[in-house]
Write a protein that binds this ligand. Structure first.
Ligand code: ZN
Length: 473
């Protein structure tokens, strides 16, 4: 089976046929850098990282462009409230975003354009839309330019809505709109906004609307037509609908497949900042191994929602421990043979699951099934079978970005120094002694060990899966 992908535009799983044979171009909408990234934001990065790894593994040359929205209403509001320059505010959270996706083992995109670096391309596109009769400068002197929704009969094709049934676009003051559903391509400068947040244009000083930036940047780096356009499901409307309309109305065929990932939910609701800081990537990776967090985000199918809970992160940590303990045992039995795992080791069943719309749940089942067989082989001392299983497991982990011996995880370990595994081993040994002391009801000895570890700055938590240690904040 070749790669098949669910296309949000046609609402069907379709065989994937790239525009240029052997090459894939992907654009996914990056973050508006207005606050610290939480798991809901970062799931998209992990999903598209797995897509990219799978397509590369399948032999495609993959080019990924993911933008950074570094100017918009929220950035202006929040920076003003914080009393910092809007660009300093945006840049700070852009760095946090980079830290977050590096922490979870996501490869950086081929290129990451910033909206503010592409104002001329946006102006060019807006001018083309005005020429073609699909956009207009507001007659009220505000300097706004709007897309004329009624002039584009296909509007609504992506999200399956009829224009007549749509609500007003709330992205701008309806200062000079012909129709409330028209959306802003360009926003005239307001005296209340900093001068630095405006650029010259044929319609006066101002700044771009949100949607136009992606059409302009995707066009610049991937061409008028490209393969996959993605983002979180909440972007399908209005953001992607508007990107599609304005690109096609300007004569560009635009994306061939639309790929949207589901939300991370908390108590069934879309995760957002209002839920507090507990789900910030920077916080979660302090409590759980980063590879476990990645595993937790990629194991469910990308189109389904992932419910946030400590229980599921604990489960992912336990799954990761199963993987690593298998690799350790297999490494001991086969003298590290799997480090040279050939690509052909990837199980066909795993490939089938991944080819079927990036079916990670099926792929994970093959992974854990292979680990189980491998453990049986290790128990029985069957070296060849253990080699086969470990090579297969390592290939699968490579595709999922979870191989502890591959970048970026090797880099991550060495940046903490080679002491990390040593410390880990010593703490584990102490925890085992403490466990043994408790088992013989020598609570004084057990508490003494805990206090000793605490004095070293380690926090011990007893979980159903055993004691876990973390460094205290
Ligand atoms: Zn976008």
């Amino acid at each position: 089976m070749s790669f098949h992908l669910y296309d949000s535009a046609t609402r069907a799983v379709r065989p994937f046929v790239p525009l240029v044979p052997g090459a894939v171009s992907v654009y996914h909408c990056g973050l508006t850098v207005q606050s610290s990234p939480h798991l809901g934001h970062i799931r998209k990065e992990v999903v598209f990282d797995v897509l990219r790894r799978w397509l590369s593994f399948s032999g495609y040359q993959v080019k990924v462009v993911a933008n950074v929205t570094d100017i918009d209403d929220k950035i202006l509001e929040k920076s003003a409230a914080a009393g910092v320059e809007w660009y300093a505010h945006a840049y700070r959270f852009e760095r946090e975003l980079h830290d977050a996706y590096a922490a979870l083992g996501c490869l950086p995109p081929t290129y990451e354009p910033r909206a503010t670096g592409h104002i001329p391309e946006m102006i060019e596109l807006i001018a083309a839309l005005i020429d073609r009769g699909h956009a207009y400068a507001a007659p009220d002197g505000s300097g706004d330019v709007y897309f004329d929704v009624v002039s584009w009969p296909a509007y609504g094709e992506l999200s399956g809505q009829k224009v007549d049934e749509m609500e007003a676009a709330t992205d701008a003051d309806p200062r000079g709109k012909r129709d409330p559903r028209d959306f802003a391509l360009w926003k005239g400068h307001k005296p209340t906004e900093p001068d630095t947040a405006s650029w010259p244009s044929p319609w006066g000083r101002g700044r771009p609307g949100w949607h136009i930036e992606c059409s302009a940047m995707a066009g610049k780096y991937l061409g008028d037509e490209f393969d996959i356009h993605g983002g979180g499901i909440d972007l399908r409307f209005p953001h992607h609908e508007n990107e599609l309309a304005q690109s096609r109305a300007a004569g560009r065929p635009f994306a061939r497949y639309w790929m949207h990932n589901g939300w991370v939910t908390a108590a069934g609701e879309k995760m957002s900042k209002s839920l507090g800081n507990g789900a910030l990537v920077s916080e979660v990776v302090k409590k759980y191994p980063a590879r476990a967090v990645r595993l937790y985000l990629l194991a469910p199918h990308y189109r389904s929602s992932v419910e946030f809970s400590n229980t599921s992160l604990d489960e992912a940590s336990a799954q990761l421990a199963r993987i690593d303990s298998f690799l350790k045992r297999a490494g001991e039995l086969t003298a590290g043979w799997f480090a040279f795992a050939p690509q052909e080791s990837l199980p066909a069943e795993f490939a089938r699951a991944m080819d079927d719309d990036l079916g990670t749940p099926g792929a994970m089942a093959v992974l854990f099934g292979t680990i189980k067989q491998g453990n049986v082989a290790i128990e029985a001392g069957e070296v060849d079978a253990a080699k086969r299983a470990s090579a297969a497991v390592v290939s699968m982990l490579d595709v999922l970005g979870l191989n502890p011996a591959s970048e970026p995880w090797t880099g991550a370990a060495s940046s903490g120094g080679d002491l990390v595994p040593v410390v880990d081993g010593l703490v584990e040994a102490l925890l085992t002694q403490r466990q043994e002391a408790r088992a013989r009801k020598d609570y004084a000895a057990a508490d003494a060990i805990r206090d000793q570890l605490k004095a070293l700055g380690l926090k011990i938590e007893d979980t159903p899966a055993g004691a876990r240690w973390t460094l205290e904040d």
